[in-house]
Design a protein around this ligand. Structure first.
Ligand SMILES: [Zn+2]
Length: 103
């Protein structure tokens, strides 16, 4: 997910611990029904997250300072790619559905 999709939100003062973030990812993975092979968090310049075809997910460390809603958006987007590799209508429909369910 490219960084220009970033929200206008100011970063949080408090950082979410990496372990808490990974737990969020795993909780969503279970709900969506996918199994990421590896979850990494490291600084990334151009993207909020990426996933490899082998099921390895990488998230930008800046996400730890983003609000929960935006974190969820990035997490669900990337996890969905384990099921759907493109951004077609099915992808967009499912993304919306999962994020709406959250509220
Ligand atoms: Zn994407």
């Amino acid at each position: 997910m490219k960084k220009k999709a970033a929200p206008g939100w100011a970063p949080l003062e408090e950082m979410v611990p990496v372990e808490v973030f990974k737990a969020e990812v795993l909780a969503w993975a279970q709900r969506i029904g996918v199994t990421p092979k590896e979850i990494h968090v490291r600084p990334m310049k151009r993207k909020w997250a990426s996933c490899s075809s082998a099921g390895r997910l990488t998230f930008d460390a800046d996400l730890l300072r983003q609000p929960a809603e935006f974190r969820a958006e990035v997490i669900v987007h990337e996890l969905l790619h384990l099921k759907i590799p493109n951004h077609g209508p099915l992808f967009r429909t499912l993304l919306k559905a999962y994020l709406a369910e959250r509220r």
